[in-house]
Design a protein around this ligand. Sequence first.
Ligand code: DX5
Ligand code: ZN
Length: 220
Amino acid sequence: MVAAKIAPSMLSSDFSNLASEAHRMLSFGADWLHMDIMDGHFVPNLTIGAPVIESLRKHTKAYLDCHLMVTNPLDYVEPFAKAGASGFTFHIEASKDNWKELVQKVKAKGMIPGVSLKPGTPVEEVYPLLDDENPVELVLVMTVEPGFGGQKFMPEMMDKVRTLRKKYPTLDIEVDGGLGPSTIDIAAAAGANCIVAGSSVFGAPEPAQVISVLRKSVNE
Ligand code: DX5
Ligand code: ZN
C-alpha cells in the first residue's frame, strides 16, 4: 500500500493569514500543503505565483505541493524552484509538446514532477510520462473542472484512478476536487493515496477530525 498524504488546499484558506493558516493545518495533521497556481488563462481564475510560495517558505519546512494550472508550465520551473516549491505538478493539456524537457528541468531543479489531467482528458495520455526513462512521480486526477474550490466530486473519474493503480501499484495517485468525508471512501477504494481537500477541511468546525477521517479511509 502507498502511504496516505493528506493535502489541505490552501485555496480555501484565509490568504491574508497564509502562514498561520498553514501552521494550523500542519498542527491538525496535514502531510502536505496543496498550493493552487492559476494564471487566469489555462483556467478562468487567478490565484498566486512564485512570490507567495517564497513568502510562505520562510515560515514552514512543509512539503509544498504546487498544482500549476497554467498555460506555459516551463516558464514557472525556475521561479518555483527558487521560491522553494517541493512538488511541481503541471497539466498534460498544457505540455503535450514539451513534457520531456519539463520533467527533466523540474528534477534538475530538485522538485518532484507530477502530471495532472482534466476530467475530459483520457488517462492513456499520461502513460508516456510514466513509462519514460525519466518518469513523473505523481499523477493528479482532477475530480472537478480545475479553477475553483467548492465544486461537486465527479465519481466517474474513479475509472482513471483504478486503471492507474492497477498498472502502477506504487505510484502516488492524487485526487483533487470535492473530496471530503462523504466522497473519500470511493476515492480510497479506487486506489488514490494523496488526497487534496479544500472546502471540506477549512469549512469544518473541527478540521483535524476531517483530516483524520480522510487518512483512515486511505489506510484501511
Ligand atoms: C481546483 C483546485 C483544487 C480546489 C479543491 O481547481 O485544483 O485544489 O482547491 O477545493 P475543494 O476541495 O473545495 O473542491
Ligand atoms: Zn489543486
